[in-house]
Design a protein around this ligand. Structure first.
Ligand code: SF4
Length: 398
């Protein structure tokens, strides 16, 4: 009997721990940084998940999305040596690579036959490729299929290209936009705190520079995503500070289409981490992000970093998107993530449907392309959208 009564009482007590925040979110009131820290410090994962699921359902109903995309890394040569990075190579390394524009187009052509709507293209800060290489690549991909959405480059790549081209960030982004770039990726945000950046990514752009690249892109009427690399040397307060800066920029520009928390991968790099992110931590981080980032429409559970099984579970903890079918994602692969680099669409649909949600194929800007109302039948909704075709309210990285 004692065991039964403990089992019944404990969840009630724990739910009470967060009941004031549950009420706050239910009333549509924005939570503070102190509230977010309290959520991170709580061990009441289910109480936290219930609040996050409520916030998610209010925005996205019972729909959960995925995208049919392909990753292409054009090169892993990089002039920097971020401590956490297992991807970058120097010219002397035997496993360094760089693709010609023709090779990139060849990979894109293959992927188009699989029905992709998006190419996600990032690389290292290449020591010698000229600015024209990037412009030619974008133009050649658009010439292949003008509907293909090109989500390319992290903020640090943009800064590198600006330096190469001897242009301002705005001028560089305008040229990339003119050549066919549709969205910036959210990569490279890592953790904004300068002390943490110094420990994991010395020499990389500062938080202000990362935010300024995205601000400028948004001011051009364009959209991007944002990330947080969590579970290494940062504190919970550092995570909250990172989310705060993203929320502030989103208040200013409304240019972020979604948020993608990335669990740190501990293998093959130079940072010693005692407690890399667990399943518990992944779910908690997704839940707190969903609750705190009340001006972001979408939160992604990045299956390649946490596995499809945990990403599926994250749909009950505030995520509304599983990201992409993805072929060949070298960055996480080289960081030690094992397993498949391709998730068939049927597996994504099954994973979403099992949670009681309606699967939706989306485009880069989270516009719905296909809604799978029943297991057998889908409703075509739209072609992939252009950035200004969808509303901003509806409407990722080394
Ligand atoms: S994280 Fe990016 S900038 Fe840093 S070493 Fe790796 S590829 Fe280069």
């Amino acid at each position: 009997m004692a065991g039964v009564s403990n089992f019944q009482i404990t969840p009630l007590l724990r739910r009470g721990e967060l009941s004031d925040l549950h009420e706050k979110v239910a009333a549509g009131t924005r939570i503070s940084e102190a509230d977010a820290l309290r959520l991170f410090q709580s061990t009441d994962l289910n109480g936290l998940g219930a609040i996050a699921a409520m916030a998610c359902e209010r925005r996205n109903g019972r729909h959960a999305s995925y995208i049919i995309n392909r990753y292409i890394n054009y090169s892993n040569y990089c002039i920097l040596s971020c401590q956490f990075c297992a991807f970058a190579r120097k010219k002397r390394d035997a496993d360094g690579f760089q693709l010609s524009v023709e090779e990139v187009v060849g990979k894109a052509r293959e992927a188009l036959s699989l029905g992709i709507t998006e190419l996600h293209i990032v690389g290292g800060l290449h020591p010698s490729l000229p600015f024209n290489y990037y412009l030619d690549m974008l133009r050649a991909l658009k010439a292949l299929d003008s509907r293909l959405q090109l989500k390319c480059f992290t903020a640090i790549e943009v800064l590198h290209l600006a330096w190469l081209a001897r242009k301002t960030v705005r001028e560089t982004l305008e040229e990339l936009l003119g050549a066919g770039l549709n969205s910036l990726t959210g990569g490279g945000a890592e953790v904004f705190d300068p002390g943490v950046r110094q420990k994991i990514a010395r020499g990389k752009e500062s938080a202000d520079e990362w935010l300024d690249v995205h601000r400028t892109w948004h001011q051009l009427g364009q959209r991007s995503t944002a990330t947080l690399l969590f579970g290494h040397v940062e504190s919970l307060a550092d995570r909250v500070d990172h989310l705060r800066r993203l929320r502030e920029l989103q208040d200013e520009t409304a240019g972020f289409s979604g948020f993608v928390p990335l669990p740190y991968q501990p293998e093959n790099n130079r940072i010693e981490v005692d407690h890399p992110p667990t399943g518990f931590d992944c779910l908690k981080t997704i839940a707190v992000s969903r609750i705190y980032l009340d001006n972001f429409e979408h939160v992604t559970a990045y299956w390649i970093g946490m596995g499809l099984k945990l990403a599926q579970l994250a749909l009950d903890y505030g995520a509304d998107d599983l990201h992409g079918t993805i072929v060949e994602e070298k960055i996480f692969q080289m960081a030690g993530v094992s397993g498949r680099q391709l998730q068939p669409e049927t597996e994504m649909i099954k994973a979403i449907r099992e949670t009681g949600r309606i699967p939706v194929q989306r485009d880069t800007f989270y516009q719905r392309i296909k809604i799978w109302e029943t297991p057998a039948a889908s409703t075509e909704v739209a072609e992939p959208s252009s950035p200004d075709a969808g509303s901003r309210a509806e409407a990722e990285c080394p």
